[in-house]
Ligand binder design. Sequence first.
Ligand code: FAD
Length: 314
Amino acid sequence: MTTVLVFLDHPGASLAKSERELLSLGASLGEVAVALADDADPAYLDGVGSYGVQEVYRPDAAVSEVLVAGKAAFLAGAVRAAGADIVLLGNSYEAKEIAARAGVRLESGVITDVVGLSSDLTATKSDFAGSYTVDCRVTTGVPILTIKPNSVEAVEAGLPSSPREVRIPVELPPAAARVTGRVEKPVSGRPELTEARVIVAGGRGVDGNFGPLEELADALGGAVGASRAATDAGWIEHSAQIGQTGKTVSPQLYISAGISGAIQQKAGMQTSRVIVAINKDADSPVFEIADFGIVGDLFTVLPQATEEIRKRGL
Ligand SMILES: Cc1cc2nc3c(=O)[nH]c(=O)nc-3n(C[C@H](O)[C@H](O)[C@H](O)COP(=O)(O)OP(=O)(O)OC[C@H]3O[C@@H](n4cnc5c(N)ncnc54)[C@H](O)[C@@H]3O)c2cc1C
């Protein structure tokens, strides 16, 4: 039986959607074990158990205190202890770095930004700022794959099981950088950008007023994103930036408003399922990648869309 080790980093009160997606993908490939970097609530562990997970591997040291190096050492130990055949992680910058460092320790191949995985472990990803869609396979060691949110369907598992905790001895690497304090981000009530099924993103055309975008995002239960021009202008926090030097997203629906569609912006959103672009310039390059385009002023179009969606109770 294939053993799939799923690495879960920051356990919340319950399983996040992207974590359920990883566990669902793992369960479709074989028997799932979990490597859990941090302490978790019983409700969270129940959620993990509901995917049939029998073993949860935990570090015997405070790996979170030394940034990614400690977590990579723990993950490599958990892969050996579980006899894992496949390793799945999320696709945050941190997860990708942990994957890379664990890959070096295990002499295993790593594929990041995976948006599709077939049963023979051929991974699909987009490369060179979204210019190519590439199929690739790990040919050495235990395949380590980081999976983009919204790439697989999260199925509800519901198997009653209480996973057994297995402690992994971790020798913490000498800390070149240590965590000295943590402040939790204020909760916005909107979904996390990389997990959202709907994103309404604004650029320079928003001219400092994200209000109409927030209204539409709330009507659709979505998140608000931005181009670098908007984050550089200080109109919205940097964590909302999508693109080459921001976040990579692949929601079901990406609504781009007042964004020209530069290659560096496209790099972060090109794999979205459906792209709707609103721009007052009919020749804007954003229309080249849009499934639906509206030539118009976003301050006219967005409120109309919001009103219509609210009217229909969608
Ligand atoms: C190394 C590097 C990394 C980068 N990384 C990123 C990145 O991660 N993410 C990113 O986004 N960019 C990134 N950039 C910047 C990128 O090249 C573009 O400069 C940026 O994406 C432009 O943002 P924008 O589309 O919002 O602004 P603009 O290009 O100025 O476009 C604004 C658009 O809004 C339209 N508009 C104006 N008013 C309205 C209105 N009222 N209604 C409708 N439409 C309107 C205009 O027609 C125009 O098309 C990077 C650049 C470099 C060099």
